[in-house]
Design a protein around this ligand. Structure first.
Ligand SMILES: NC(=O)C1=CN([C@@H]2O[C@H](COP(=O)(O)OP(=O)(O)OC[C@H]3O[C@@H](n4cnc5c(N)ncnc54)[C@H](O)[C@@H]3O)[C@@H](O)[C@H]2O)C=CC1
Ligand SMILES: CC(C)CC(=O)C(=O)O
Ligand SMILES: [Mg+2]
Length: 361
């Protein structure tokens, strides 16, 4: 199989973790006889430094010309002072929007080997943590009109939060279809006691629910959802929500599995071309030290093989190798426990590659 993969390493730990994902992909190519062409794409803070803008036209075109995009992370304090219109994060938002990637699937599943890495009590973890956050990705407050103006002698800023029915309907379908392949339970999270956007969200989700009589659908207010995720995560199967709530709740959900560094994501739209990205950011506090956990990035590459290229067996091989490495007692610093062997970012990549090579097909 021949495929073009746009690689966006971005900033902070981005280059370190993406290098490990590419190592793993090259190993998969070798073992399964595929041929992937890797196209480095400059976006984020590094593009501001080089070209004066976080998403040069050529970079967006390279993403549009690819079969899939693999993105590490963008941003960092170095660019906090730049004009908001060219911030590193703007590049990420623009790629998602231009590629029409309205659905961001963020799994929250605890590896059995990492039960002690969860900050939750053992009695809660034992009940199980395995749910999917289905986050709307190209609407809501991140994309609404922004304004900072002087009103009556003081600055006033506003960000508009808006949703149209079709934007809610399509993500609701994604959630119900996802639930059908899982345990048939959708919890829709909103703030319908306060927000008009949430009241519309609820109405449309309920309409779509009628088309999926085999899937249960309940509503939960977002403040309660934030609490329920730590109180009893086993109640969730598919959690569907709007863009900002999903951004926040998925970071929370990641931590109860041990670390944000473990969680991959798939950003999908109508076309086959999606973007695959770990859910964390550029982690400037640990950048350049070779200590970041590359597992979320590597599992994102795995999701790309499955969703973009239908390479289910290859994806499974990567996931199995990650589990094997954890069973063998290897850990990165973020999930390190007594009695285990601590690996650097690049050593973790090497160990996963070595394990893929030694596993029988
Ligand atoms: N998709 C993206 O490109 C995203 C970019 N960002 C940007 O990243 C920058 C930093 O944001 P923060 O709020 O600090 O969030 P962050 O997710 O980068 O880091 C939060 C904490 O998690 C740790 N962490 C993150 N990934 C890790 C990994 N793979 N292994 C071990 N530890 C890891 C970091 O060291 C830090 O302590 C900001 O500029 C932000 O805008 C934030 C979220 C998503
Ligand atoms: C950096 C942002 C644009 C969004 C974010 O935090 C995320 O998608 O996880
Ligand atoms: Mg986030």
């Amino acid at each position: 199989m021949e495929k073009r993969i746009a690689l966006i390493e971005g900033d902070g730990i981005g280059p370190e973790i993406l290098a490990e994902a590419v190592k793993v992909l090259r190993c998969i190519e070798e073992r399964y006889g595929h041929h992937f062409t890797y196209v480095p794409v400059c976006a984020g803070g590094c593009a501001i430094d080089r070209y004066g803008t976080s998403l040069p036209k050529e970079s967006l075109e390279a993403c549009l010309d690819s079969d899939s995009v693999l993105l590490a992370a963008v941003g960092g304090p170095k660019w906090d002072g730049v004009d908001p219109s060219i911030r590193p994060e703007k590049a990420l938002l623009a790629i998602r929007k231009e590629l029409g990637l309205y659905a961001n699937l963020r799994p929250a599943r605890i590896f059995s080997q990492l039960k002690h890495a969860s900050p939750l009590k053992e009695s809660i973890v034992e009940k199980g943590i395995d749910f999917m956050v289905v986050r709307e990705l190209i609407g809501g407050v991140y994309f609404g009109e922004k304004k900072t103006e002087t009103v009556e002698g003081e600055l006033r800023a506003s960000d508009q939060m808006a949703y149209s029915e079709h934007e809610i309907r399509r993500i609701a379908h994604t959630a119900f279809q996802t639930a059908r392949k899982r345990n048939g339970r959708v919890i829709s999270v909103d703030k319908a006691n306060v927000l008009d956007t949430s009241r519309l969200w609820r109405k449309v989700v309920h309409e779509v629910a009628q088309e999926y009589p085999d899937v249960s659908c309940t509503d939960m207010l977002v403040d309660n959802a934030a609490m329920q995720i730590v109180k009893d995560p086993s109640q969730f199967d598919v959690l569907v929500t709007e863009n900002m709530f999903g951004d926040i709740l998925s970071d929370e959900a990641s931590m109860i599995t041990g670390s944000i560094g473990l969680i991959p994501s798939a950003s999908l739209g109508e076309s086959r071309r999606g973007m695959y990205e770990p859910i964390h950011g550029s982690a400037p506090d640990i950048a350049g030290k070779n200590i970041a956990n590359p597992i979320g990035m590597i599992l994102s590459a795995g999701l790309m093989l499955k969703y973009a290229f239908d390479l289910d067996e290859e994806q499974k091989r990567i996931e199995d190798a990650v589990e094997q490495v954890l069973s063998d007692g290897y850990r990165c610093a973020d999930i390190m426990e007594e009695g285990k062997t601590q690996l650097s970012c690049s050593e973790m990549g090497d160990q996963i590659v070595k394990t893929i090579r030694t596993m029988s097909r």
